[in-house]
Design a protein around this ligand. Structure first.
Ligand code: UGA
Length: 439
């Protein structure tokens, strides 16, 4: 199959490289000439484990190429995927579809034969209808079908998620040729027995938002349960295990923490809320999830001040991990941003270390001093705060860290350090949803 991928962001670049790895012939298109040149010379625009190798090997094999020329890129394509950004629209939280519609117009102008146009970007219900209208209005002479094929990959585990998905969702308006093309594109996944589910187009668009909103709700549920655990002296990790072992609930996405962040959950929950309100079918549970999660990130700053003894002025706080999750350099809506703001407002000085995110983080938090490793960050600090659970932080020498600090206070916002180990190292420990050892 000849596939064109419009957009080389997270979803576009990973999907393009994986489709090429399946043996398809893929052209990735992006307007940003600098980005295309960088990718072609082996420099990835994002940090994603294994991506540089996957792109390099498929480009070398001649199955993956890059261009800034959309007209050139879509020539002869069996399927044209739109994988451009759909950020939150400034002011109202609706998904900003201007990049999607601009891509649809350019595709309409360039398309040279029958093809399937696929929205892979996360787009609100009804976007496929509008993309179809835009293309048909401009080009009644070509046979096109518009399909929704949402992507469920996670950052940091993107390649594995794409190649071994729990399911593939394809939404069509019943066009048999489109169904056949999509089935052929995903046929290599048959080996992994990944179910490919065909639905209506609007349904597929909604499945994506429903999945992300449900996962965000699950996280928020356990986060509120963590607060209750702290109040009543219970342990949230055991509560999570105790409910998660029930197959109907499942153990995943029940890790309490500083609140969800990233490029997806915050914007997608908000966009779903807006869609519900617009259609007089409010999703009140998700409205509450959005509010609770926003407040939680800043509340983590207050939790740290409490661990410092209630006063942050004149004190130094060392943060370990700044990105919204490990194995990415993505800082979008990262809890660390709200935590830094709250601590700065309280008068603290902040030092931080992150294995991959410091370059992206530095301009977002100009007052923060970036350290060269966890030990340098902790030196002389009054509190050490684990914000993001990078593997590199799991086996740190806690004794060495505690001994180098002005005050050995550890705030573990991801509950990765065993209580006994932290205590033995001399730390006063504050955790999420558990007793810890704070006074
Ligand atoms: C999420 C979804 O998991 C993907 O399925 C989806 O494709 C993607 O959004 C998207 O729409 O593009 P991602 O944002 O990469 O993926 O990261 P997650 O692993 O889902 O984590 C999101 C946030 O939730 C992070 O801040 C993470 O720390 C937090 N989280 C996750 C928790 O606090 N607790 C958990 O148990 C799980």
């Amino acid at each position: 199959m000849k596939i064109t991928m419009i957009g080389t962001g997270y979803v576009g670049l990973v999907s393009g490289a994986c489709f090429a790895d399946f043996g398809h012939d893929v052209v990735c298109v992006d307007k940003d000439a600098g980005k295309i040149a960088a990718i072609e010379s082996g420099r990835m625009p994002i940090y994603e484990p294994g991506l540089d190798h996957l792109v390099g090997s498929n480009a070398a094999a001649g199955r993956l190429s890059f261009t800034t020329d959309l007209g050139e890129g879509v020539k002869g394509a069996d399927a044209i995927f739109i994988a451009v950004g759909t950020p939150s629209r400034r002011g109202d939280g609706h998904a900003d579809l201007s990049y999607v519609y601009a891509a649809a117009k350019e595709i309409a102008a360039a398309v040279d034969g029958p093809t399937v146009i696929v929205t892979k970007s996360t787009v609100p219900v009804g976007t496929g209808d509008e993309v179809e209208r835009i293309v048909r209005e401009a080009r009644s002479d070509v046979e096109i079908a518009v399909v929704s094929n949402p992507e469920f990959l996670r950052e940091g585990a993107a390649i594995g998620d794409f190649k071994r998905p729990d399911r593939v969702v394809v939404g069509t308006t019943g066009d048999q040729r489109a169904i056949d093309v999509m089935a052929q594109i995903y046929r290599p996944l048959n080996l992994n027995q990944a179910p490919v589910m065909f639905t209506g187009r609007r349904t597929a668009e909604l499945i994506k938002y429903a999945a992300n909103a449900f996962l965000a709700t699950k996280i928020t549920f356990i986060n509120e349960m963590a607060d209750l655990c702290e109040a009543v002296g219970a342990e949230v990790q055991d509560v999570a295990r105790g409910i998660g072992l029930d197959n109907r609930i499942g153990s995943k996405f029940l890790h309490a923490g500083p609140g969800y962040g990233g490029s997806c959950f915050p914007k997608d929950t908000l966009a779903l809320v807006k869609t519900g309100q617009d259609h007089d079918a409010p999703i009140r549970i998700v409205e509450t999830v959005v509010q609770v999660n926003d407040l939680r990130k800043r509340a983590m700053g207050r939790k740290i001040v409490k661990a410092l003894g209630g006063e942050a002025r004149g004190k130094t706080v060392a943060l370990l991990g700044l990105t919204f999750k490990p194995n990415t350099d993505d800082m979008r809506d990262a809890p660390s941003i709200a935590i830094v703001q709250a601590l700065e407002d309280a008068g603290a000085t902040i030092v931080a270390y992150d294995p991959e995110g410091m370059d992206v983080a530095a301009p977002l938090m100009p007052q923060v001093t970036m350290a060269k490793d966890a030990y340098e960050a902790a030196k002389g600090a009054d509190a050490l705060v684990l914000v993001t659970e990078w593997d590199a932080f799991r086996a740190l020498d806690l004794k060495r860290l505690a001994a180098s600090m002005n005050q050995p206070t550890l705030v573990d916002l991801r509950n990765i350090y065993p209580i006994q180990e932290a205590q033995n190292a001399g730390f006063t420990l504050s955790r999420v949803g558990g007793k810890g050892t704070e006074k």
